[in-house]
Ligand binder design. Structure first.
Ligand code: GDP
Ligand code: MG
Length: 163
């Protein structure tokens, strides 16, 4: 089985955009296995010469703004369990929210390697948010724009270092 990354983070930070960028067209829907949340998505990701399995989290609950629902929590925990390493994504333009910190706690407690991803950083807009994120204790932020495809060589270096 290939090296597996789980993409975790609060809703709306760009997890699925990153997932789709890394997976391209080869998107697979995960079967509805008992005990596994239905909307977890898994695919074969690729970045440069790196190939890995990637798990996206959350989906249906993302309309429910604000609190971390039990379902989001369970889904995140399941994805973390299945993964060899995590990509913790936050919105560098928005800065850190209490919900980001709640998800970061999961990432820290997992005792698995974490890539801290400062998304929405196109055009340097995320500099302040990225600086703030050092306080999460998840390492150095990798500034990317999943939507515009920026920062991918830095992401490559960070992923390769863990695989
Ligand atoms: P998720 O809820 O974490 O899966 O986030 P989505 O991937 O659904 O993205 C949430 C919103 O953020 C969408 O409107 C995306 O178009 C937008 N978005 C995602 N990545 C970026 C980015 O790199 N820059 C900007 N400006 N917006 C982004
Ligand atoms: Mg999503």
């Amino acid at each position: 089985m290939s090296f597996t990354f789980a993409i975790i983070g609060r809703p709306n930070v760009g997890k699925s955009t990153l997932f789709n960028r890394l997976v391209g067209q080869k998107l697979a829907l995960v079967d509805d296995t008992p005990g596994v949340t239905r909307d977890r998505r898994e695919g074969e990701g690729r970045l440069g010469d790196l190939e890995f399995t990637i798990i996206d989290t959350a989906g249906l609950d993302e309309g429910a703004k604000g609190s971390l629902t039990a379902r989001m929590q369970q889904q995140t925990e399941t994805a973390i369990e299945l993964a060899d390493a995590l990509m913790f994504v936050f919105d560098a333009r928005a800065g850190l929210t209490p919900n980001d910190r709640a998800f970061a706690d999961f990432a820290r407690r997992a005792n698995k390697p974490v890539v801290l991803v400062a998304n929405k950083s196109e055009g340097k807009a995320g500099e302040i948010g990225a600086m703030e994120s050092y306080a999460l204790g998840l390492g150095d932020p990798v500034q990317i724009s999943a939507e515009h495809g920026e920062g991918l060589s830095e992401l490559y270096d960070a992923l390769r270092a863990l695989m």
